[in-house]
Design a protein around this ligand. Structure first.
Ligand SMILES: O=C(O)CCC(=O)C(=O)O
Ligand SMILES: [Fe+2]
Length: 263
């Protein structure tokens, strides 16, 4: 897909993306179902701004992915599943996803296809760098068939990890309820590339990414395979703009695609 120019802009061939959307999900304007219905194709086009996270190839953030209303409807749909009763704080689905997750997947694909890309100075002019997901991942069907919903109480997070290799490239994370800082650190230091990312004392740099409610993070390539991600909500670890974030309950939805199992 072609990238936007210096000031950002629509990218890719809109009609190809729209065809992919229709093929994958049908015409959502006909939809009479579901919690996110009413979001017609292209409706979010003006507000979807994609930022490439500096220093991590394949890591993209769309801070304006869901409106407050869409967040509320998505959260209500998750609540209705009744997953987070008692001490339960995680639910996984494989294969057929709940209809709201299928709709969310369609919205993610649409945001990737028609959103605006802020091309920063560090990026090269290679087309693949100017799209939040490589086109082969955009065309796979379904785009996602595995989902994890996580609920974190204040103080709870997730340890540094690379997602399991049983999942394909191209992972999306939607945040709800409250903000957090997710840190990325290199998984396998290779000497050469790490040199530019090391602090003076040799400690690998952690790249902080602020995940506000309603934001969408997309990881592919290096970001998915060569960088670990974590959410450390121990006191002192959630710093943003020099201030400690106030911690509240956070819910996230992670969408991935299972690799075909060897038969
Ligand atoms: O909750 C999040 O934001 C991240 C979840 C995650 O990384 C995972 O489930 O693999
Ligand atoms: Fe993960």
């Amino acid at each position: 897909m072609a990238g936007g120019g210096g000031g950002g802009g629509d990218y890719g061939d809109d009609s190809i993306c729209r065809a992919a959307l229709r093929e994958a999900f049908g015409d959502s304007s006909d939809s009479d179902s579901d919690e996110l219905a009413g979001v017609s194709p292209g409706a979010g086009h003006w507000r979807w701004n994609w930022e490439a996270v500096a220093g991590i190839r394949g890591l993209w953030l769309c801070a304006t992915f869901l409106t407050a209303d869409e967040q509320a409807r998505l959260h209500a749909a998750i609540q209705r599943e009744g997953w987070f009763m008692d001490a339960n704080n995680q639910a996984m689905r494989f294969g057929d996803l709940p209809s709201w997750a299928v709709e969310l997947s369609a919205l993610i694909l649409e945001a990737i296809c028609v959103g605006h890309v802020d091309v920063n100075a560090e990026m090269t002019n290679e087309d693949e760098d100017a799209c939040p997901l490589p086109s082969d991942l955009l065309w796979r069907e379904p785009i996602f068939d595995q989902m994890i919903a996580n609920r974190y109480n204040p103080g709870e997070g997730i340890c540094a990890h690379v997602d399991l290799m049983r999942f394909d490239d191209g992972i999306a994370i939607v945040s709800l309820e409250s903000a957090c800082v997710m840190h990325f650190s290199q998984a396998e230091p290779t000497g050469t590339t790490l040199d530019t990312l090391k602090l003076g004392d040799g400690e690998p740099t952690k790249v902080p990414v602020y995940l506000n409610p309603g934001s969408l993070v997309v990881m592919s390539g290096d970001a998915r395979y060569l960088w670990k991600h974590e959410i450390n909500r121990k006191p002192g670890a959630q710093l943003w703009d020099g201030r400690e974030l106030e911690q509240n309950r956070r819910t996230s939805v992670t969408l991935r695609k299972l690799l075909a199992s060897p038969s």
